[in-house]
Design a protein around this ligand. Sequence first.
Ligand code: DAH
Length: 339
Amino acid sequence: MLQKLQQLQSTVLEHLPSISTEDALVEYKNSILGKTGELTLILKWLKDLSPEERSTVGKAANDIRDILTEAFDAEKNRIKNEVIAARLQSEWEDMTVPLAQKSGSLHPMTQVRLDVEDTFTRMGFDIYESMEVTTEYLNFDAVNVPKTHPARDMQDTFWLEGDGNVLATQTSCMQNLIMRAKDTPIRAIIPGRVFRNEDVDATHDNTFYQVEWIVVDKWIGISHLKFTITTMLSDIFGKEVTIRMRPGYFPFVEPGVEVDFSCPFCDGDGCRICKGSGWIEFMGAGLIHPHVIREGGLDPEVYSGFAFGFGLNRLVMIRYGIPDMRYFMSPDVRFLRQF
Ligand code: DAH
């Protein structure tokens, strides 16, 4: 019996260090010291022994129970410490390291505007910021928009209180100011925010961005216009883009043209972006109307020029495949983080 007890003690003490969880330890402890545990069963047999044997074996059994109880407690502490050490290891953080900086990024609209500005500065253009509040005169009269033109109507223009003040509906409102303020040759690009009283949907917003550009000098013709547009678009899309012109009416130009460019995504074969036509309708342009040149303080017999204007929102949508214009003004960072 004594031998059996001794054996039990050494088996248990040998096995204990291999236990790694508290649950397993509790289970093992029950199987030895619990109500039906091995040691408990041995102790039950004590009553069958002679009184002498009972006292030696009983004493040994009690000693072993104490030793094992102590060993189980010690293992419990070991396991607890191991768990804490593992957590410290895995959750450890060096609080002295500076937090990783999540840097913001430029709005896609700003990125494309900067690209456009870059192309034009390389071609010798000056950059002017457009006005957001302007006058009826600059927005309409000075660029030859007739008094009866529907664009002046309440539906399109936000009229402000006061003497003929409006929110700019087009960056063309800067043409007159620039012609008056600058000496020829004039080469200017004018990005700006414009406003129209429109119903908002996926392709229209009441607030959007345009880029205008004007060139005024002697002997300016349609070929300069063509070169400038082609250069800008090829730069923006990083590949050669061709353009085509269709007659179009804008009061500030004569002749006026609508400019389409070859779809840079399918190279003219037809795809989803160009709706199968191979061309993307893009902007209005033309040779500056003599009335506008004269109103700008220059002699149209001597000077000519070209002007064009496009919606920056649309260019950005095409470049990045953005399906809905309303994303631009929404404060959703999931949209912004993509750029
Ligand atoms: N201002 C025109 C618009 O908002 C765009 C435009 C067309 C500008 C022709 C021009 C131009 O300079 O020549 O729709």
